[in-house]
Design a binder for this molecule. Sequence first.
Ligand SMILES: [Zn+2]
Length: 112
Amino acid sequence: MGDKQAVSGSCLCGKVAIEAKAADLHVGACHCGMCRKWGGGPLLAVDGGTEITINGEEFVKRYSSSEWAERVFCKECGTHLFYLLKDRRSAYYFCRSSGAAGSNGDGSSNFY
Ligand SMILES: [Zn+2]
């Protein structure tokens, strides 16, 4: 378990900004087929925790990629923002592409 700390990030065009008050900066990687298709490689993300603020919600597109998860991106510039488990609305996995993962990830774990 990494330290919990506030992180923020935004998409490429700046229309969407996300903040988490207590993210776990331990970086996780998912190599499943859907993540690789979505991002062209493994999904690198951190657990954003439960206290999330999204600015620019009108530019947020939520794609239901399976019965249990949705993938969220900026509909203006396409930047991947986060991955969300539908049955746990508190589980936001911030994509490193949004910059919200911080620059000092303390290591990585791999799942799938
Ligand atoms: Zn954008």
